[in-house]
Design a protein around this ligand. Structure first.
Ligand SMILES: Nc1ncnc2c1ncn2[C@@H]1O[C@H](COP(=O)(O)OP(=O)(O)OP(=O)(O)O)[C@@H](O)[C@H]1O
Ligand SMILES: [Mg+2]
Length: 398
């Protein structure tokens, strides 16, 4: 198994963008925040772009409102990491900062419109109800907007490191597909048809198109009602001027994901489904020659006392069992829980080993399962420590 050295990755000045992806609920948002805290406390100027953080995590990051700009996180900075092994690498520089922002999808969409259309046209689009529902609902919008925001953050040249969380998706692959899906939407037959009369000068062609359009219009009016249809037409003709701009941006953000300095961290849990998703994702990244840092297996169970083996724990529990002695019965119970823990650990390890065997060149790291949710800075720091220092222990032990 090759280990993923997150510490080195975070501190490498060449690492500019880390994208945390993975299937739903595996810990992408938490890990993205923890990486941000860790890198900032090692001296880098970091921004974390989170999506839908749990309320308490958002509070810890000072994210009370959706305002679509990064805000400095209070209580994070160089030298706060404490005396852990990580600092022994001599990295406790000054000047680290963490800024955080939550993605406001609609606001990001509006900003693009404002940047690409004349003020009058922009106002017309923003007021359009079709636009309003499109900007907050069509499939892939959230993924696309995350990338759009990423492009803006990168272009601002303000950050040593940008850590990007990805939206909760059915499949982790949705994130990669979003730009092309947006492209397909914009190139879609229906949209093109509505565009054409405005673009083609030839009368004959325009006439054919009008007939076609009239047919579509008639059917759609029946289906959708007149108001919505008027909205669609207003929207589409206003979008006309922006068409090229949006396509270019979709392509530019897609290119950013392949640019030097960008790397993906795939988050998984030691569960069959999450590892399978991670496996698809890893294959896809490699296939598309995208930079993969490695896989982080989150919420791994680790026993505090591995020296008491399952067999020893169970036989000691059997020997202790005595219904007339409550203390002995309690001890027996604890030993049985310990045995269960060890067997869970062994099962998880077997799954991770299976993954490693199938992907011998993919680097792996793990984070232990905490007893409680991770929702404050102390928890994020602890998570970062587990990710970086447990590895150091494993390596020095082997
Ligand atoms: N190592 C851990 N130990 C204990 N709890 C954890 C750990 N990692 C994450 N959690 C908790 O698991 C929950 C889900 O984490 P998180 O929101 O980061 O997942 P996600 O992948 O972003 O989910 P979604 O796909 O919905 O966006 C959170 O309540 C978080 O505090
Ligand atoms: Mg999340």
């Amino acid at each position: 198994m090759t280990y993923l050295d997150i510490e080195t990755l975070l501190l490498d000045p060449e690492t500019k963008i880390i994208v945390c992806c993975g299937s739903g609920g595996v810990g992408k948002t938490t890990l993205a925040a923890a990486l941000g805290v860790r890198a900032a406390e090692s001296g880098r100027k970091v921004v974390t772009l989170t999506i839908d953080p749990a309320r308490r995590l958002a509070q810890a990051l000072g994210l009370q409102e959706l305002d679509n700009v990064p805000r400095k996180v209070a209580g994070v900075g160089a030298g706060r990491r404490g005396t852990t092994k990580g600092t022994a690498k001599g990295t406790a520089k000054r000047g680290g900062e963490l800024h955080a922002m939550m993605l406001d999808m609609k606001r990001t969409f509006d900003e693009i419109v404002e940047a690409h259309a004349s003020p009058a046209k922009a106002a017309q689009i923003l007021a359009n109800s079709f636009y309003q529902s499109l900007s907050s609902s069509f499939a892939g919008t959230q993924e696309y907007m995350a990338m759009e925001k990423l492009g803006q953050l990168r272009a601002s040249n303000t950050w040593d490191l940008i850590v990007v969380d990805t939206p909760p998706a059915r499949s982790a692959l949705d994130f990669l597909d979003a730009p092309s899906r947006l492209g397909r939407f914009l190139d879609g037959r229906f949209i093109r048809m509505l565009f054409v009369p405005a673009k083609v000068g030839s009368r004959g062609y325009a006439k054919v198109m009008q007939v076609g359009l009239g047919f579509v219009t008639g059917t759609m009016t029946k289906l959708l009602g007149t108001q919505l249809l008027t909205d669609v037409q207003t929207f589409v003709s206003a979008m006309d001027t922006m068409f090229g701009g949006l396509r270019e941006r979709a392509d530019a953000t897609a290119a950013l994901l392949r640019a030097p300095g960008t790397t993906f961290v795939v988050v998984a849990a030691p569960e069959p489904d999450a590892l399978r998703e991670a496996s698809y994702f890893v294959d896809r990244l490699l296939e598309e020659q995208m930079p993969l840092a490695g896989v982080v297996v989150n919420r791994v169970h680790r026993s505090g006392v591995p020296e008491i083996t399952t067999a020893n724990a169970l036989s000691a529990a059997d020997a202790l069992d005595d219904e007339h002695n409550p203390e002995a019965a309690l001890a027996a119970g604890v030993l049985r829980v310990h045995a269960q823990r060890l067997s869970l650990e062994a099962t998880e390890q077997k799954r991770v080993d299976g993954f490693a065997l199938a992907h011998p060149n993919v680097r792996l790291a793990s984070v232990r399962a905490f007893a409680q949710d991770v929702h404050d800075l102390a928890g994020l720091r602890e998570l970062g420590r587990s990710l970086c220092d447990d590895l150091a222990e494993t390596e020095s032990a082997s």
